[in-house]
Design a protein around this ligand. Sequence first.
Ligand SMILES: Nc1ncnc2c1ncn2[C@@H]1O[C@H](COP(=O)(O)OP(=O)(O)OP(=O)(O)O)[C@@H](O)[C@H]1O
Ligand SMILES: [Mg+2]
Length: 457
Amino acid sequence: MFSSIKAKIIAFYLIVISLSLFLLGVFLYFSLEKIIYDSIDSGLLSRAKALSTLISEDGREFKFSDELMWEYSSPKTKAFFQIRKLDGTTIEKSASLKTGDLPFQRGEEAVSFKTIYLNKKPVRLINFPLSNLVIQCAESIEGKIELLENYRKILSLSILSLVIISTFGGFLIAKKALTPIKDISETISRISESNLSERVDEKNIPSELRGLAVSFNRTFDSLEKAFNRQKQFVSDASHELRTPLSVILSHSEITLRKERNTEEYKNALVAIKDAAKIMLNMTERLLMLARLSSDRAELKFEEVNLYSILKDVVKLLHPLAEQKGIKITIHADEQLTAIGDRATLLELFTNIIDNAIKYNIPEGEIEISIKEDEDYAVVEVKDTGVGIPEEDLDKVFDRFYRVDKARSGEVKGVGLGLSICKEIVRLHEGKIEIKSRVGEGTTVSIYLRRDKDGFQA
Ligand SMILES: Nc1ncnc2c1ncn2[C@@H]1O[C@H](COP(=O)(O)OP(=O)(O)OP(=O)(O)O)[C@@H](O)[C@H]1O
Ligand SMILES: [Mg+2]
């Protein structure tokens, strides 16, 4: 039961309220009791003092008036007195005591008050010692005790009612306070794969829970984006794979329709081979992207020499550059290192330099530089190619995106190179930036961390 927040709130609330009301009740009861007893005691003291003034100095004569005696002797009266010697011998006592006596203890030297029972009825008593006598005065407090008793009953009943009302109030408060949480949880359980766009209403939520709602919404935003990206990716990938597949299918069908000569069979097989090559290239890149997006454990981060990687890449791509008469130069601090996985960094720079060659003009140039920034080593690849229009700059990292398909038509590619680069840079906790001017050229800058401090991988 106490695992529920509501039960905990109510229980806590109930304990606090009951304890406070109980303490208040005890305080009120004892305050009233003290006031009543103080007033009785001061009355008794006055009585004793009054009696003492009527006793002669040697204590043998009493000048008690009839009026005074009547006050003590009426059968209905609730007041008593008894005058004793110090040894307890009674000298005088009120008629109201009849044959009884007020209790006496020898040796009491100071004025003292106590509650006693006379004929089973509660009575308040004062012992008032004089030099050689003790005056005892008493008064029935039956009525006062009854009053206190009633007061205690009313107080207990009031406290009990207040506790019951508070429990009910606590229940309502807990219910009201938890409603927004219930709303949030209901909204969240409504959100499913087919309904990813629903959000928790942030406006009508108490400020304490707004942070929670905002985090939930943010999480669902990124989930929805990731889900949509995934959907888009699957549909793009199937779409892109359709083209070479239809080429293969149509060439095979047409060729098989009738008997062909060797030349025709050869041509068909070449077309099929080209399409299959595109498919292979595409599936390899798709696999690489999937591997990079899902599994970073495969990467081995270590200190790598950037110059040596870039030299290897340039060597690898040299035949391609030579075909177009493109000159590649590297200006760099040959010792500069960064933290990274050598094989994936090789893939990264191959893609960037491959683009710089593919989208360059014949006899163009490529300048590669390696610089130091505060926390990063920065590799810049600058080409003198066709450039990228400004409106396409932020889209070139999207999967399958190729600027102006007609323009890129004659250049082979599937539009996955920069997506792979972006993924590799993300895994390295680095940055990739692209600047370009149509007709002038493009500069791609890659920032890689120089040391392991603050590196999460
Ligand atoms: N250096 C560059 N100069 C001009 N355009 C570029 C450059 N680099 C990239 N682009 C443009 O960005 C698009 C995306 O590049 P990306 O490398 O992702 O794909 P791709 O080169 O077309 O295909 P591949 O997957 O084979 O690399 C390219 O199609 C091209 O239009
Ligand atoms: Mg490319």
